[in-house]
Structure formats: C-alpha cells, structure tokens
Unconditional design. Sequence first.
Length: 283
Amino acid sequence: DEIRTTRLLLQNSGKTLSEPIQNDQTKQAFLLSLSSVHPDTDKIIPVLFRPPAFLPISLPLVIASSLQLRAKQIFFCQFVFHTYTTGFTLLNGNGTAKAEEYSVQQKQVIFGLGAISYAACIGALPFVFMNRYTKSSLTQLVVKKILPAPLLGLMSAFTVMVVRSPEFENGIEVMDRNGKVVGLSQKAGEKAVKETALSRAALFGTTFFLPAVLTYFVERAKFAKTPRALASVRMLLITSVLAGMLPVSLSMFPQCGEIKRADLELEIVSSTEETELFYNRGI
C-alpha cells in the first residue's frame, strides 16, 4: 500500500527524470519506487531481493563462505550464497525477454538451480582435493589463500550469465530517447548480461581477495595476538570491503544502458533514425 501510494504521488506531482526533484517527500517516494518496483514489469520486488537488502543479507553469507571449513560445509555455505545472489539476479534483471514456446521464468529457474549447484561444487572442489590427496603447506596456501577469490568471482559471473541467458537468446527491448520501444535486440541483451556479470565478479572477487591479503599482513605483523582476534579483523575487513565495493560495482555500468544503433540488428537499424538507443541493464 505504501508503494502504491508513493507511485500515485509521483504521478500526481508531474515530475520527470529530467527535472530536479526539490521536494523531500517526492524524492523519498521516487527512491522507494525505484528500489521496490521492477522497471520493466511494474511488479513489486520481494523485500529480501530489493537493492537495499542486498548488503545486510549477502554479508553474513560471504563471511560464512570465507571460513576455512570442511568441504561439505563450504559447499552448503556457497550453495546458500549463490541461491540468494541468483534469486537477486533473476528478480532484478531485464524483464522484457519473450519466447513463444516456453516460459522464460521457468527456464531461468531451472537453469539457475543448475548453476547454483555447479558453482557450489566448484567452490568446494579444491578443499576436497586438499583433504583427500595432499595437505602440504603449498597446497594449503593455494587452496585457502589464492583460489577462493577468483573462484567466487568467476562463479558469481557464471550464475548471472546462466540465469539471464534468455536475454541474449531471445533479445530485450530497446527504446529511443522518448521511451518508445523500437524492437527486441539480442546484442543489447548480450551487452546487458556481460556488464552485470563483470560487475558481480568484481564485487565478490575483490571482497574475497583484499581481506585475505590484508589479513595476511596483519598476521605477519602480529597485530592480532589470538586466532579469535584475527578472525574478528578478517570479518571487519570483509564487511568494509563489501560495503565499499557494492556502490562501486553498481555504478560500473549505468542501469539504463546505452547502445549505438550501428551495433544493433539490421531490422532495428532500418526502423529508427536515432543514433543511440537505451535498455534496462538490470542489477
């Protein structure tokens, strides 16, 4: 009801994105509408999967995934982590992809479950290898310090690519400056998915990498005297890096993406004179 009321307020205020929003009430209404309603489908996004909820929910999952546990525990933690991030991707992606022979949402859910299971297995696989075949100091260094960051970053990008694959298979809507839909473009869909995957890889890859490096130097300098103090420092570093990287990753590429007409399909090029077209990249 609150969301519907704020959207009605926006409609009655006559404000547009090109005009500065002076009134605080209108500004708050705009922010609430932007964060809680999908721009393509106009459906209300569930509370847990809205952008403001991403940090408080993903943070404990990232911390749990970073703990040096057994392979089964690592698999479970990363399965839960990828389940949440994949659900967030699904509910905040572009919603204009269409297909006649099947439901796009059903395909995304099925593909998403497969991607989540695969990503969790890949995350736990190095620990299985280390526990079964070798426990040398070099192997522990590689598995515990070096591999987690690139693996989590790659798997985060992989789940985005898989769950949003219908966007570059079927195309997404592209619009002119006035918001008029010009057509469906697979190239725009590919660009939108790639940019989102890169931003997600940068977010979680950096969140795993920087704290591990900084914790190593803290351990070498003996600033933390006990294992509990070192674990607290690591948790603080993960929290700080994730909180700092989240706005960076979201602003790497604009949510309202732009693509040149010359880079689009021939049928779209021939249907408009606009030099640049726009699409919803998703989050």
